[in-house]
Write a protein that binds this ligand. Structure first.
Ligand code: ATP
Ligand code: MG
Length: 810
């Protein structure tokens, strides 16, 4: 049965209780990591619903990732049951997409707009930089993109920029032109970039007060997690939504100028508001300025520090008890973060006891370090900790490779959190461009992208002819494809264009049936399959001898599986909805939710999550703090906060590791331990192998460096680190690498096998080179990630990646 209101309050400490039950207009909860900020938000929502103080539809909760949104929705549903449906729990971006879908027609867009991800807008900007010859002024597409993004995060548009810029400076003028043209092209393509999703929603609310009023009336409770990472545009959005309803929709509210010139809201109480019918929504925000790690995306900690000024009478609640971590982990975190000046001192405490010491390890190379991680993971697993409770963090994505290599060899099941990578693959972008060409034919970039994919003999000349024909006849690029005979191209190419046009039409009929018919839930999956088949895209990959194309086919299969999942979860979802969901997949949203595997991710992605065991790897100067931040104002402090985020994810076990040499981009460099390590009181760390151990053993470093040879060090199979491993004198006690080698003689040298598509089913018996015979109990995962869960007669339970494990079916 559903819990009572009292049940919902059970177990909260007095400050948390205060925060959950407070019923004023504005509430700020500031607290360190793991103190229950997110939990308090969740309980607040549950209590509002349970006590019928709000309908689900009156609640808007903003989380930082879709994954966090899903978790919060689930938690609320657990607490109050099905009533949870109809709430908006989502990221800023997803919430804005929902609003824009409904309102886009108000200002020159249509419902079926596309969302340009960062790669799409980069491609467009690249073209414009060339056309405007902006490169002559030293502008790179990347620089233009990040400047535009920064401006948009501050709610500057092309016009306001042009008004303020020094237009007698030719470099500024050309930038202003590119910015304006970029915006025109987006509008023409019926597309928003990521920043526009927020910025244009703010614009919409400001330009159309009666539209804003609809949402102000609707949302009576707005709750924002990770408030320290909101930027100016997101801040403005929240304030737009929490303004008092301006009264009956007379539409006369436009004469007001409630904004300072920097776009920020001025919070003078307005006489008109006082006369307004309803007060604004109640706002609850939670955050931790010590965890602000998105300054580079315009996040502004002042949003927290100025909350009380912006919302006079706001209640502030401080939480100090940490419920996540043991005291050793917390002490390390407190010690590190206290080195940041310009922060309010807050001391987190835990009643979980001191717990295990933090484990430190220094490897010779990143492979050595990765081996340590894999061995520790296995040791923890044997001691009963599930893989799903372990996570490995790094500063930059490229660090994951060495870890993956060793994990695969050691048969440690893992997943990389970072869904965007999948969607950045060329074949996936092609497939999505096909969908966009159907869903939003105005999106010329998408249509151009698929023009010659697969190869149809349509080159630049034909592309230009199509564009010219479109222009002359005032048609869209897409519609010009319907007139192949008039393009002045040869018959073969005419045929190719006609065929593409026909395929797009057929898919349109499936996904966007005319005459008001509702497309069946499976329409996107069917449409996509049809597009890939009839366009010849799949055939071209199948016919290829490039082994990579095999993987591309698998990825496309995976994408079709994603459309099926989408259909299951959104029976009424349109192809545009699907594309929006895909575009908004963020780093923390994994594709397939395998919970029984170790999670690998960057420290940025780790925000808000928690695990029993955490491995922070690459704790070296130039990585954390990162080289590029060293010279930026506030850079090292932001890196320290990032490190703080990383270590405060751990509940019970924290491992800090580094490598003395690191191969990157084919270069081997000597790495120095991070300054942050020295900030941790030394008695908290149990060094299994300290930087000193590695340094003092004369010559090991240069030996490790010498191990570099063509294709060896860090290359194909980590042969360099095997060399280093042998060079390592065996020590008494704990030298994880040598212990590992003694215990698992085959581990380091084991050959990875390519089993292709080995048929394996639950019930089969197999033989493993190291573990002997056993019985397959279950198969999970798909494609290259298929995992066999095996109970070995002697070696116990193991999970093996079928594709590569040294196994044989019996
Ligand atoms: P972060 O700053 O990392 O986002 P947070 O402040 O949001 O952390 P939560 O994730 O809400 O913290 O909580 C951390 C852990 O503490 C969770 O496992 C949560 O279930 C637990 N927790 C929170 N409050 C309590 C409580 N009163 N009693 C027991 N456990 C609690
Ligand atoms: Mg949280």
């Amino acid at each position: 049965s559903a819990p009572s209101a009292d049940d919902l309050l059970a177990g909260l400490n007095p400050q948390q209780l205060d925060a959950v039950t407070y019923r004023g207009q504005a509430l700020l909860i500031v607290a360190g990591a793991g103190s229950g900020k997110t939990s308090v938000l969740t309980r607040r929502i549950a209590l509002l619903l349970r006590q019928r103080e709000a309908w689900p539809s009156q609640i808007l909760a903003i989380t930082f990732t879709n994954k966090a949104a899903g978790e919060m929705r689930e938690r609320v549903a657990q607490l109050v049951g099905d009533t949870a449906r109809g709430m908006w729990i989502s990221t800023f971006h997803s919430a804005c997409v929902r609003i824009l879908r409904r309102e886009a027609e108000q200002f020159g867009f249509t419902k079926s707009f596309t969302i340009y991800d960062s790669g799409d807008s980069r491609a467009l900007i690249k073209r414009l930089v060339k056309e405007h010859e902006a490169d002559a002024f030293g502008y790179t597409p990347a620089a233009v993109q990040s400047r535009i993004s920064r401006l948009k995060n501050e709610l500057q548009d092309a016009e306001s920029f042009a008004r303020q810029a020094n237009m007698s400076d030719p470099a500024e003028r050309v930038f202003a032109e590119v910015f304006a043209d970029y915006q025109r092209q987006l509008q023409k393509a019926n597309a928003f970039d990521f920043d526009d999703l927020i910025g244009q929603t703010v614009y919409l609310f400001r330009a159309f007060p009666q539209v804003a009023d609809t949402y102000r009336r609707r949302f009576r409770h707005i709750l924002v997690d990770e408030y320290q990472d909101t930027n100016a545009a997101q801040y403005a959005l929240i304030h737009e939504l929490t303004r008092p309803v301006q009264g009956p929709s007379t539409g006369s509210g436009t004469g007001r100028e409630p904004f300072a010139s920097n776009g920020m809201m001025i919070f003078e109480p307005d006489p008109q508001d006082a006369a307004g019918a309803e007060p604004g929504a109640a706002l609850t925000v939670v955050g931790d300025s010590d965890q602000s790690i998105y300054a580079f995306r315009g996040a502004d900690i002042r949003n927290i520090s100025e909350f009380e000024r912006d919302f006079p009478g706001a209640k502030v609640v401080l939480l100090e008890q940490n419920y996540r971590s043991t005291q050793n982990i917390l002490s390390a975190a407190n010690a590190v973060i206290s080195n940041n000046f310009d922060r309010k001192e807050k001391k987190l405490w835990s009643d979980k006891g001191s717990g295990d010491a933090i484990v430190g390890f220094t490897g010779y190379s990143q492979h050595d370090e990765a081996q340590f991680v894999a061995d520790e993971v296995e040791a923890l697993r044997r001691a009963g900790m599930p893989y799903g409770e372990m996570a490995v963090f790094y500063r930059t994505n490229s660090q994951s490779r060495a870890l993956e290599e060793i994990f695969i060899r050691s048969a440690v099941p893992y997943k990389i959190m970072g869904g965007t990578k999948f969607y950045e693959r060329a074949e996936i972008k092609d497939a999505l461009a096909y969908l966009v060409a159907v869903a939003n034919p105005a999106d010329e970039m998408a249509v151009r992208r698929i023009l010659n994919k697969p190869r149809r003999g349509i080159g630049d000349v034909t592309e230009t002819s199509i564009a010219r024909f479109a222009e002359e006849h005032s048609l869209s690029f897409r519609d010009a494809l319907a007139h192949p005979a008039q393009l002045g191209v040869g018959p073969k190419i005419q045929g190719a264009i006609a065929q593409l046009d026909a395929v797009l039409r057929e898919a349109t009929e499936i996904m966007l049936p005319a005459s008001g018919e509702v497309a069946p839930p499976t329409a996107v999956a069917e449409g996509l399959t049809l597009l890939l088949q009839k366009s010849g895209y799949l055939d071209a990959l199948r016919a290829s001898r490039d082994p990579q194309d095999e993987a591309r086919l698998e990825n496309l299969d995976e994408l079709i599986a994603v459309t099926r999942d989408f259909a299951r979860n959104n029976p009424e979802g349109s192809v545009s909805d699907f594309l929006a969901e895909v575009a908004l997949v963020s780093d923390a949203d994994d594709l397939d939710d395998e919970s029984g595997v170790v999670s690998l991710m960057t420290m940025h992605t780790a925000k808000g999550l928690e695990f029993d065991a955490v491995f922070v790897t690459g704790v070296e100067e130039d990585l954390i703090p990162h080289r590029i931040s060293a010279n930026e104002p506030g850079g090292p402090q932001e890196e320290r906060r990032l490190f703080y985020v990383g270590i405060t994810r751990a509940r019970k076990r924290l491992h800090l590791s580094l490598a003395m040499t690191r191969a990157q981009f084919g270069e081997v460099s000597v790495a120095m331990p991070s300054r942050f390590l020295q900030e941790i009181p030394s008695e908290l760390i149990d060094w299994r192998q300290s930087p000193g151990d590695v340094n003092s053993r004369g010559g090991t470093q240069s030996r490790a460096l010498n191990a570099r040879r063509p294709g060896g060090f860090g290359g194909s199979g980590g042969s360099g680190d095997r060399f280093a491993a042998r060079a390592l004198p065996k020590r008494e006690g704990l030298t994880p690498l040598s212990t590992a080698m003694d215990k698992f003689p085959n581990r380091v040298t084991a050959k990875v096998r390519d089993n292709g598509d080995l048929e394996l089913n639950a019930g089969d018996r197999i033989r493993h080179d190291d573990f002997g015979e056993g019985k397959v109990e279950a198969i999970t995962g798909e494609g290259a990630k298929r995992i066999a869960h095996v109970r070995f007669d002697a070696a116990g339970q193991k999970k093996l990646l079928i594709k590569i494990a040294p196994i044989q079916k019996l």
